[in-house]
Design a protein around this ligand. Structure first.
Ligand code: 1CP
Length: 348
């Protein structure tokens, strides 16, 4: 996978899946039952290492993503974060006029030490040829959870209002988050992560305010994070995943910025080949619902994707994380299809 992020083409393409660890795996559910809550799970290195390695053992995927969550950064910044069974994460919302969120870098490092320990141990246990991915939420997506407190499926209305009505306080929060994310990624790289993926899961909401808002609050801060990490860590590859932005994915391809762009189903494979792949490796973009469905639909979509994107630097992945109702057999079949005889013929 690291070769692809340097611009090489690999056949078959390397494959990993967002949320490859999780509830669709019986061994994950068994492990999860041993932890009092989700954060304890994330902060217990032995459990996080085991959850990280489970999908690698079962499916022989090409990369492991450290088992953690994007919300450990707000937690490390002193926000109250709770994962409620069946409800998802709930944070203490940030209101206009509240004391500013502040970064204490040594305190963040101490708080997240179990995540870094899990990376060290995972790298030790992971086969040499498998890449180890660290990750963080992008500033905008973290701001959405910090201000709204939870996802009410109203496109983070409180955050959008805060952005309009408290522009200075919002800008200060975004700056603190950018610095905190840089610290967290830096620490993950020092602990053995070889790639960083930045998840801007709610980037699409910024488009309500036009491409200028997307540029200012997603593209620019994510580029800054990638630039700093690359400069400090001799060219470490950063993958950006600004979900749902369609043709605006192109804004993220500035020369020498992200080594990879993870795309979803808001663009076609042809569009990604023509507009993105000359400047960056492309990762994606099978629908997670197609993976649930499996069968001929999955076979057809994989064939189409690998044909179109497989001629350039390409990493196979989903458009969005594996769903809990996914049959594990479909993941096994997906890996078989990607590594299947088609590629051997193509190379002959
Ligand atoms: O108890 C459980 O099993 C809870 C489910 C779960 C899991 C398995 C959550 C709660 N987080 C995770 C792990 C996780 N989260 C990983 C692990 C590595 C892997 O991919 O295998 C990663 C990369 C994330 C990233 C994450 N968390 C994102 C970005 C990606 C995306 O899905 O867009 C987001 C938005 C979150 C927040 C979050 N954490 C958990 C839930 C249910 C949510 C979404 C809440 C919502 O907005 O509806």
């Amino acid at each position: 996978m690291l070769w692809v992020l340097r611009g090489e083409r690999l056949r078959p393409p390397p494959i990993w899946l967002m949320r490859q660890a999780g509830r669709y795996l019986p061994e994950y559910r068994a492990l999860r039952a041993q932890a009092a809550n989700f954060l304890e799970f994330c902060y217990t290195p032995a459990m996080a290492v085991e959850a990280t390695l489970q999908p690698i053992r079962r499916f022989d995927l090409d990369a492991a993503i450290i088992f953690s969550d994007i919300l450990v950064v707000p937690h490390a910044l002193g926000r109250d974060v709770q994962f409620k069974e069946g409800e998802g994460p709930v944070l203490q919302p940030l209101a206009a006029g509240d004391a500013p969120v502040q970064l204490d870098a040594p305190a963040l490092k101490r708080h997240l030490a179990p995540v870094y320990e899990a990376l060290v141990q995972t790298r030790r246990e992971l086969a040499k040829e498998k890449a180890l991915i660290g990750f963080a939420g992008a500033p905008w997506t973290l701001a959405c959870y910090i201000i709204d407190g939870r996802n009410r499926n109203d496109r983070f209305a409180a955050t959008r209002r805060f952005m309009r009505e408290q522009p200075d306080q919002f800008a200060a929060l975004m700056e603190t988050l950018t610095q905190a994310i840089i610290e967290h990624c830096r620490n993950q790289l020092a602990a053995g992560a070889q790639v960083i993926q930045l998840f801007d899961s709610w980037a699409e909401i910024l488009l309500d305010g036009g491409a200028e808002d997307l540029q200012r609050w997603s593209v620019t801060p994510m580029l800054r994070i990638a630039d700093i990490l690359r400069r400090e860590s001799s060219g470490v590859p950063v993958i950006a995943f600004p979900r749902g932005v369609g043709e605006h994915f192109e804004l993220y391809t500035r020369e020498g910025s992200f080594a990879g762009l993870s795309i979803d189903t808001t663009v076609t494979s042809e569009w990604a080949r023509d507009h993105l792949q000359k400047r960056t490796a492309v990762q994606g973009h099978l629908s997670n619902l197609t993976l649930v469905e499996g069968g001929e639909t999955m076979q057809r979509e994989i064939a189409e994707m690998t044909k179109t994107l497989g001629r350039g630097p390409y990493i196979f992945n989903l458009a969005h994380g594996v769903l809990p109702q996914t049959p594990p057999d479909h993941v096994a079949e997906l890996v078989q299809l990607i590594r299947g005889p088609r590629w051997k013929r193509a190379q002959a």
